[in-house]
Ligand binder design. Structure first.
Ligand code: BGC
Length: 765
C-alpha cells in the first residue's frame, strides 16, 4: 500500500504534488459544512487531470434513466448530486505567466486538511529560473455562517520584483462527470459585476433549482478592473506590483444561497447581504469563529486513541467528514454516500442513514438532529405510499432504496423492487431514537403513521403458506447483494416481523399515554382491529429458514446450504474483489457474502440473541464474507468484540477506520465513503466499549485492543455530557455539568454525579 497522506492526529497532509493521484487527494481534502461543500480542487488554473466538484445540499438534477433493458416500475429519473458554479476560481498571473501547477516547476507542495478547525491550506514554491515565489492558500466553508466560504491567497516573490494579477471569478458553466446523456444541467438566469463585487444566478434545466453565488474580492493596494462578463462568468482583475520579499494577499468571500432557503426573487439581495456581512467580519474573524465552532463540535464528538496514531487519524477523519456532510438543522436534507466529495451513487439517502449514521448522531449531537433524520422520512411518506402502490402493487409504504425527494431513483430490479429490508431500517430508526433519547413524543406526532404504513406494506408483501401455516417473504434481496431474488431472507423476515410487533407496541403505548392522539390517528389512518390482529398473526407465524446441517446457524435464506461451501481463505486472492473479477451469475451462484446480512440482524436486535448464538453465526458467516461493501466490517467487528474475538474485532475495525485514507478499495478518487465512515465510530463505541441502551439503562463493557494503551470518547446521553475513558487498568466515566446519572459498567450500576467522574477496574476478557 502506498500512503499518500502523512499520519498525524489532527491533520491529513499530502506532501508533494501527485498529478496521477490528484483525484484521490481531491476527495480526501474535501471541505463541507452541511449546506455545501467541495473537493480539494485548486483555486488557480490547473491543466492536469482534476475532478472539479462543488455541491450544494439538496440541489439535484433528475437525469433521465439510462438502462439497457427497461423493466416496468423502473423510475424514469435518477437524482444526481449536482456540480454547481465554480466558486473558488482565482486565476493568478505572475509577470505575465499564468500560474498552473501542471506547468510550473513546483517545490515543497503541501495540501493540508486541518480537521480540528475545518480548514484547508496549500503551500508551495514556484520556480522560474532563479526566481522563487512562495504561495499559501487557505480556505474554509464556515460552519457558523453556512452560506459562506472564504479564501486567502498569499503570493510572495521571494527574490525578485513581480507584477501579480489576481482574477477572482465565478463560473456557472460547469459539467457533471456523472451525467447519463452528457448534458449540461444549468441555465443562466442573471449575473452582475462591478468593482470588488459580482454574482451569478443559475437554475437547473429541470425542477428550477436556483443558486446564486456572490463574491466580494479584495487585494490590498491593487488596481481593480471589471472584466467582461458572459452569461455564466463574472470576474474582477486586481493588478499589484510586489517588491522582493513582500506578500500580496487576495481575499475572496463567497456566499451561496438557493431557493431551498430563500424566495427566488430574494436570492440576489440575500446573497449580497450575506457576503457583505462576511466581508465586514473579515477573514481572520471568520477563521477564529470557524475554529471555535469546530472545537466545540469536537467537545461532543471526539474519540481519542492512545497508542495508535494511525487509528487516531482514521477515526477523526471519519467523524470530521460526518459533520462536514450533515449537521442536522434541516429535515429536508440527508446524508449522501459521497456527501460533498463526489458524484457517484447520485441520490442522497440510502438505508445507510437509519441503519448506520443515526447511531452516531444520536450519541454525539442534540436529539433534534436525529429527530430531523426521522422527520425526513415522515416528510416523504406520501411518495413512499405511492411507490408501494404504483410501482410494486402493494399496500402501505415502501421507502425507496435510493432517493433525493422521496421518489425511488434506483433502477436495478433486484434492488429497487427486492431489497425491501430498507423499510425495516426506517421503522427501527424510530425505535432507536426513542430508546436512546427517552423522548417518546415522536411516536404520536409522526412515528405511528410511518410504522402503520410500513406494517401495511409488510402485511401485503408476505405470502401465507396454508399447508405449513407460516408466512413467507419470497423474491427478495437481503443486505447481502451477492444473492438476489431469494426466498425468505432471514434478516428481512426478522425485521418485517419486528416492525409489526413494534407498531402494535407503539399503538398500545399511545392508547395509554396519548389516547386522544391515538383516536385521531386511528381515524385518519383507518386502523382496524382486524388489521392489528392480522399483523399479530403474521408476526407469530413468520417463517425463518433453517438447515439441519448447521443447526446453530440462522440460515441467510432458503437453500443457502445447497450452494457449494467455500471459504474466502481458500479462494485464490486473484479473484478478489469478486465484483471486479467475476461475472454476476458466478457471484450469485457462490456462497460468498458481500456484507453483513444475518449478522446485521444479530447487531440490530442484539438483545434478542445470546452470545453463543452470535458466536456460532459469526463463526459460520465471517469466513464466507468478502466485505465488498464498506458497510460490512464494522458490524462484524462489533459482534466479534461482543463474543470475545478481540483480534478479529480489531482487524475488522481497521478495515473501516482507514478505508479512504489508505484507499483500501481503490475507489476513493470517486469520493469518500461517507455513510460507512460512521462504522469505525460504531466499532469503537458499540464494539470495543460495548455501549448499549436498554429500557432506560446506559451500559458499557469496555475491552481494549491489544496494540492500544487506551481510548476515550465524548458523548451526549439524555442531557448528560459524558467522557468514557478506557485503559488497560481502569474505566473512567466523567460527566461535565449535568445531574446524577446512573450507568451500568460490566453489569454493575454506578452513579456519576455532576462534574465528577467514577473509576472502575477494567475487566479482562
Ligand atoms: C451496499 C448497500 C448500500 C449502498 C450505499 C452498496 O454497495 O450494498 O447496502 O446501501 O452501497 O452505501
Amino acid at each position: 500500500m502506498k500512503r499518500l497522506f502523512a499520519v498525524d492526529e489532527w491533520k491529513v497532509t499530502e506532501e508533494g504534488l501527485h498529478p496521477k493521484e490528484n483525484r484521490l487527494a481531491e476527495s480526501i481534502t474535501s471541505l463541507g459544512n452541511g449546506h455545501m461543500g467541495m473537493r480539494g480542487n485548486f483555486e488557480e488554473d490547473y491543466s492536469n487531470d482534476t475532478h472539479q466538484g462543488f455541491y450544494v445540499a439538496g440541489v439535484y438534477y433528475p437525469d433521465k434513466t439510462r438502462v439497457g433493458w427497461w423493466k416496468n416500475g423502473y423510475p424514469e429519473y435518477f437524482a444526481k448530486v449536482l456540480n454547481a458554479t465554480n466558486v473558488i476560481g482565482l486565476r493568478v498571473v505572475i509577470n505575465g505567466t499564468p500560474v498552473d501547477l501542471a506547468k510550473w516547476e513546483v517545490r515543497d507542495f503541501t495540501r493540508e486538511l486541518d480537521m480540528q478547525r475545518g480548514v484547508l491550506t496549500r503551500t508551495f514554491t514556484l520556480m522560474n529560473g532563479t526566481e522563487e515565489t512562495k504561495v499559501e492558500v487557505v480556505r474554509f466553508f464556515s460552519i457558523v455562517d453556512k452560506e459562506i466560504l472564504a479564501i486567502r491567497y498569499n503570493v510572495t516573490p521571494v527574490n525578485y520584483e513581480a507584477k501579480i494579477e489576481f482574477t477572482p471569478y465565478l463560473d456557472g458553466d460547469v459539467v457533471n462527470e456523472d451525467s447519463n446523456y452528457d448534458e449540461k444541467f444549468w441555465l443562466p438566469v442573471d449575473r452582475g459585476v462591478e468593482e470588488r463585487f459580482a454574482f451569478v444566478t443559475t437554475k437547473t434545466k429541470k425542477l428550477d433549482w436556483h443558486v446564486t453565488a456572490s463574491m466580494i474580492a479584495d487585494v490590498e493596494g491593487a488596481r481593480c478592473e471589471v472584466l467582461e462578463a458572459t452569461d455564466l462568468f463574472v470576474a474582477n482583475k486586481f493588478t499589484v506590483n510586489v517588491a522582493a520579499g513582500e506578500t500580496a494577499t487576495a481575499y475572496k468571500y463567497v456566499s451561496v444561497v438557493t431557493n431551498r432557503d430563500h424566495e427566488i426573487e430574494a436570492l440576489q439581495s440575500a446573497g449580497m447581504t450575506r457576503v457583505e456581512a462576511a466581508f465586514e467580519k473579515g477573514f481572520e474573524t471568520l477563521l477564529a469563529e470557524q475554529t471555535e465552532a469546530w472545537l466545540a463540535r469536537w467537545e461532543d464528538a471526539d474519540v481519542r486513541i492512545d497508542g495508535d496514531i494511525e487509528a487516531q487519524q482514521g477515526i477523526r477523519f471519519n467523524i470530521f467528514n460526518m459533520y462536514q456532510t450533515y449537521t442536522g438543522e434541516d429535515s429536508r436534507l440527508n446524508i449522501g454516500p459521497k456527501g460533498f466529495t463526489g458524484e457517484k451513487y447520485g441520490g442522497a439517502t440510502y438505508w445507510d442513514t437509519e441503519a448506520y449514521c443515526l447511531h452516531f448522531y444520536l450519541a454525539t449531537a442534540k436529539p433534534e438532529v436525529s429527530w430531523n433524520l426521522l422527520k425526513y422520512r415522515h416528510n416523504q411518506l406520501p411518495q413512499a405510499k405511492e411507490n408501494a402502490v404504483k410501482n410494486v402493487g402493494m399496500e402501505g409504504a415502501l421507502y425507496p432504496m435510493v432517493t433525493m425527494n422521496g421518489e425511488e431513483c434506483h433502477n436495478e430490479w433486484e434492488i429497487t423492487h427486492e431489497e425491501i429490508h430498507r423499510n425495516g431500517a426506517i421503522a427501527h430508526a424510530i425505535f432507536n431514537y426513542t430508546n436512546f433519547t427517552g423522548d417518546k413524543s415522536y411516536l404520536g406526532q409522526y412515528g405511528l403513521e410511518v410504522l402503520v404504513e410500513i406494517s401495511r406494506y409488510w402485511a401485503s408483501r408476505v405470502n401465507f403458506v396454508p399447508h405449513k401455516d407460516v408466512y413467507m417473504i419470497l423474491g427478495v434481496t437481503g443486505p447481502n447483494e451477492y444473492d438476489n431474488n431469494v426466498n425468505n431472507n432471514w434478516y428481512t423476515n426478522l425485521i418485517a416481523a419486528w416492525t409489526l410487533e413494534y407498531t402494535q407496541e407503539v399503538y398500545n403505548y399511545l392508547k395509554d399515554a396519548e389516547p386522544a392522539r391515538l383516536e385521531e390517528l386511528v381515524s385518519t389512518l383507518g386502523i382496524t382491529d382486524a388489521e392489528l390482529a392480522k399483523w399479530a398473526d403474521i408476526q407469530t407465524k413468520m417463517y425463518y429458514p433453517k438447515d439441519d446441517l448447521v443447526p446453530d446457524v440462522f440460515m441467510q435464506q432458503d437453500g443457502f446450504m445447497d450452494k457449494e461451501q467455500i471459504l474466502v481463505k481458500d479462494l485464490d486472492p486473484k479473484h478478489l474483489p469478486l465484483n471486479q473479477n467475476w461475472s454476476w451469475d458466478r457471484i450469485l451462484r457462490s456462497n460468498f457474502i458481500k456484507q453483513a446480512d444475518v449478522l446485521q440482524g444479530l447487531y440490530t436486535f442484539g438483545d434478542r440473541f445470546t452470545v453463543e448464538q452470535k458466536r456460532a453465526n459469526f463463526d459460520f458467516y465471517e469466513p464466507r464474507t468478502v466485505h465488498e461493501s464498506s458497510l460490512s466490517p464494522c458490524v462484524y467487528s462489533i459482534i466479534a468484540a461482543e463474543v470475545g474475538y478481540e483480534d478479529k474485532a480489531v482487524e475488522l475495525y481497521q478495515r473501516s477506520a482507514r478505508l479512504d485514507l489508505d484507499n483500501y478499495n481503490n475507489d476513493t478518487e470517486d469520493g469518500l465513503h461517507i455513510t460507512s465512515m460512521v462504522g469505525s465510530w460504531m466499532s469503537i463505541v458499540h464494539g470495543f466499549a460495548g455501549m448499549r441502551i436498554q429500557e432506560d439503562n446506559l451500559s458499557f463493557s469496555p475491552m481494549i485492543p491489544k496494540d492500544w494503551n487506551g481510548y476515550s470518547f465524548n458523548m451526549l446521553w439524555r442531557g448528560h455530557h459524558l467522557t468514557v475513558t478506557s485503559s488497560r487498568e481502569q474505566v473512567t466515566i466523567k460527566q461535565t455539568g449535568g445531574t446524577d446519572v446512573t450507568i451500568h459498567v460490566y453489569g454493575n450500576a454506578v452513579t456519576v454525579p455532576a462534574n465528577e467522574s467514577i473509576t472502575i477496574e477494567t475487566v479482562k476478557a
